[in-house]
Design a protein around this ligand. Structure first.
Ligand SMILES: C[S@@+](CC[C@H](N)C(=O)[O-])C[C@H]1O[C@@H](n2cnc3c(N)ncnc32)[C@H](O)[C@@H]1O
Length: 278
């Protein structure tokens, strides 16, 4: 997918997720999928999946939630992952070979016409990147059959998410300021805004509730540092050698302190957003 099909408000995100960022996620799919796996059980439980249901997974990335959803709606159900990133979808398809009921769609979820065919629209950290959130959530609500439900996991504030806050502090030597408004990981951190977007999309019984799980960055410090160094490669490359050395040591120290029997884990905080189509 190039220009056509992607709303102009999502061109920048499309360039990132279809470019270097998406290639990084594709190359490290297993690690990224595992990093937020602690949210899968609360997400799928809230979705109350049952055999025969049809699920849409928005911003599915490399498809781990899509595959788990497909398992929960078998036999007879389907799980379709939609994403704007061609490289991530390629990995999603490769990793899903042989999974019954799984399909993937390359599209901008903000504007794609899904048809009113899904019983559930779910997402793990894939609905914070829209250039026009009111239009996007209205479009996702239109993908639901009457009585169908949305269940989204979205990050709370940067300050509450140690996995990003502590690593950024280590990189720069000072706590990061709140991110600017606009598309990005923390775009739905304000619960009132998240609620207003779902209600504005015409959904009923909207609920916004905290949901926390550790983020697992790797099985050990070396694996975790490999991921973090790639994620922060641009910022690290922009530092003077002495500052880079200090930042690398500080990042390794954070990861070392976070290392334990469950791997390298840092705290994270999310909202579980739910709503129902009338
Ligand atoms: C943080 S990743 C989460 C991926 C996956 N849900 C997971 O938890 O591993 C965000 C995903 O949203 C996708 N995305 C961003 N904007 C999108 C859009 N307008 N339509 C569809 N997908 C989008 C990105 O390509 C990326 O795969």
């Amino acid at each position: 997918m190039t220009g056509p099909g992607v709303d102009a408000s999502n061109a920048e995100q499309h360039a990132q997720w279809g470019g270097d960022l998406g290639l990084l996620w594709a190359a490290r799919a297993e690690q990224f999928e595992a990093s937020a796996a602690g949210y899968d059980a609360p997400l799928l439980e809230a979705a109350d999946l049952a055999p025969g249901l049809h699920v849409l997974d928005v911003g599915c990335g490399t498809g781990s939630v899509t595959r788990k959803a497909a398992g929960a709606v078998a036999p007879g159900g389907t799980a379709t992952g939609v994403d704007i990133s061609a490289p991530m979808l390629q990995v999603a398809r490769d990793r899903s070979a042989g999974f019954p009921g799984v399909a993937f769609l390359e599209a901008d979820a903000q504007v794609h016409d899904f048809g009113r065919r899904y019983d559930r629209v779910v997402s793990r950290a894939g609905v914070m990147f829209f250039g026009d959130p009111p239009a996007a959530f209205a479009n996702l609500a239109r993908a639901l059959r009457p009585g169908g439900r949305v269940v989204f996991v979205v990050w709370r504030s940067l300050a509450e998410n140690a996995w990003m806050h502590d690593l950024t502090t280590a990189l720069t030597g000072q706590p990061p300021p709140p991110p600017p408004p606009g598309p990005g990981a923390f775009a739905l951190a304000d619960p009132d805004r998240a609620r207003a977007l779902l209600e504005g999309a015409g959904l009923a019984e909207v609920d916004v509730r905290p949901c926390d799980a550790p983020v697992v960055l790797g099985r050990d410090v070396e694996e975790a540092f490999g991921l973090v160094a790639r994620m922060m490669a641009g910022a690290l490359a922009g530092l003077e050698p002495a500052a880079r050395e200090r930042a690398v040591a500080a990042l390794r120290a954070v990861l070392g302190r976070a290392s334990g029997p469950g791997g390298v884990t840092l705290g994270s905080a999310a909202w579980l957003l739910t709503g129902r189509a009338p």
